[in-house]
Every structure is written in C-alpha cells, then in structure tokens.
Design a protein. Structure first.
Length: 67
C-alpha cells in the first residue's frame, strides 16, 4: 500500500532505532571494517537526514501510503 520506496534508515527510525550508528550496527555485522556495506547504505543515510525522530519517520511513511 506504499506508493514509493522507503529508505531503510527511515524504516529503522520508524521502529525507534534513531542513531545512524545504531542502525548500521543492526544492519551490518561489522560496519567498522566492512566499507562495501557502509557505502551501500550511504544513500539511505543521506536521504534520511531530514528524518530525526520516530514521529518524523512515521509521518514520512504515512505520506507515501495509499490514500
């Protein structure tokens, strides 16, 4: 029922996982040394800069839902 793709980081923020580091730790086993995975997640992190709270993330997702 969602009309657009939702960046992974925004999805995690909607689940109240708010910090970039916390999200990266949950997605990637060893992001500190896995530069390939960090680079793959960079676009999602960039898109999510506008969303700082769980409420913002839920609003972001709701606006892209089927009306």
């Amino acid at each position: 029922m969602i009309k657009e793709a939702i960046p992974l980081v925004i999805l995690f923020r909607a689940l109240n996982c708010l910090s970039d580091k916390n999200i990266l730790d949950r997605v990637c086993f060893d992001c500190a040394t896995n530069t390939e995975m960090r680079e793959a997640l960079r676009p999602s992190l960039e898109l999510a800069k506008i969303v700082e709270s769980q409420e913002d993330a839920l609003d972001f997702i709701a606006k892209r839902g089927h009306a």
